[in-house]
Design a protein. Sequence first.
Length: 114
Amino acid sequence: MENDKNLMTESNDEKFITLVVNEAGYKTLSNKMNNNRKPYEPADPSKIKSFMPGNVPEIFVEEGDQVKEGDRLLILEAMKMKNILLAPLDGSVKSINVKLGEKVPKNFILIELE
């Protein structure tokens, strides 16, 4: 009976994955949600994304403009609130991927800096 138990563990072993947390490995069962998740990508401060769905009533910059950290880039309006998006770093405006009055989804890249 004990041999059967070992065989079951070995055959189910393919479903196990090792998660590393703070340099310690943990063996756990894998699931569909884990298998289909997107790999982690660190935030890129040169890509200004919408943090919520909304529309763009005003754009303060044009492509090629030089901006300094804290300069106003555009307004993202959502739920009757106007959010002014500021430049997170010094640079120039590489591209503007939105037009005045356009509705955008969450995480849409509005402006790219270089």
